[in-house]
Design a binder for this molecule. Sequence first.
Ligand code: ATP
Ligand code: MG
Length: 430
Amino acid sequence: MPDHSPLVQSLRTAVAGAPDDVPLRLHLAELLIAGGHHDEAVAEAAVALQHAPGDPQARELMARAMGVPQQAPEMSAQAPEVPPQAPEGPPSPAGFNWKAAEDQVGDVVPPRFVETPKAAEAPQTADGADDPGDASAWEVEAPHGVRLADVGGMQDVKDRLEAAFLAPLRNPELRKLYGKSLRGGLLLYGPPGCGKTFIARAVAGELGANFLSISINDVLDMWMGNSERNMHEVFETARRQAPCVLFLDELDALGAKRSRTAHSGMRNTVNQLLTELDGIDAGANEGVFVLAATNVPWDVDNALRRPGRLDRTILVLPPDAPAREAILRYHLRDRPVANIDLRKLTKATDGLSGADLAHLCEAAAERALLDSARTGTVRMIGMQDLTEAAATISPSSDPWFASARNVAMFANEGGMYDDLVTYLKKKRKL
Ligand SMILES: Nc1ncnc2c1ncn2[C@@H]1O[C@H](COP(=O)(O)OP(=O)(O)OP(=O)(O)O)[C@@H](O)[C@H]1O
Ligand SMILES: [Mg+2]
């Protein structure tokens, strides 16, 4: 969070109370620029421009907010030494040197709209993480605000999470009634960039639990032979921090590596993981909720999927329309946008992953920025920027579905991939 002066904070409150007051908002933008909070200033200037299109002061502030200060270290490092091309725009708004800006933009446009931390990647809270008293190298995030409600759309994933995982945990009476125990974890699988990690974090938020996310690749320490110990340490850390959602990302790394290096001792690491998971029975894992994720479930060791282990699977597909709308809204929320028809955009982006959509918004912002620098007239990110950017992005999950199709056709043992088959059929990909 940027450290704002009390004045900025009071102004923010005042602006929230009087959203139509343009001079007030511009005053806030001015202070934000002075404080170096350029992206926030852009957002305020954008709202001011929506209320007062063409207002010279608003435009001037927008220009300054978008203009990179000459001394900004990241820009000066990149500023080309070549002589500037003559800018052919209208006269520059006061205080902003378009010529220099255009130079700096050059061929490579740095992401001007620096991403504020995504909800899914909220900065780690100090508690628990980096605790000097905790010798382990694994960082635990304190409970945070991301809830399932923050996951846009994907209602069936949420329903299944609720039924397969959350309801029994929340409701011990129900658990007893149906004879369900706390045993076992959940495996999320699906194409890359479609929200597995985000959902795992939301589950932690839902349970009010700490969140320990580790990549199996980090646990694997092939040369030192430390993997088993690392695996044990991870679970021990989670147990110390209970209630804790332990998220094992890239679970397939265990299986895939085993087949590449037969003698690597991977079996021992898998066995260690099994032992740790089975600790759930013995009560050692009370309050430790294991979620795992993989893009290649067919590489996951079958032993891990037996009852009481990662015995439930949920397919996380590319975001549906409501999810895409939420993701687009999220990534555009602080950018200077005008007249965006989200519904239309949502339709035009079917098949794109969450990561693709983030990329799309960035590409559109870059277009608008480049255009502004070129013409010397600041303009908002418009629908055209987004649709044109969308036309150049192909769904990054396509290659995944190509492999998944084979598995669904030829290796759907025990109905493990029934959801996938249903989806592929619906999409006429099978
Ligand atoms: N339903 C959703 N609602 C809001 N944001 C979403 C949703 N699905 C995905 N996202 C966003 O999309 C981005 C990618 O999601 P995430 O990193 O969780 O994907 P992943 O499946 O874990 O990808 P990978 O396989 O590459 O690890 C994140 O920024 C996340 O916030
Ligand atoms: Mg992930």
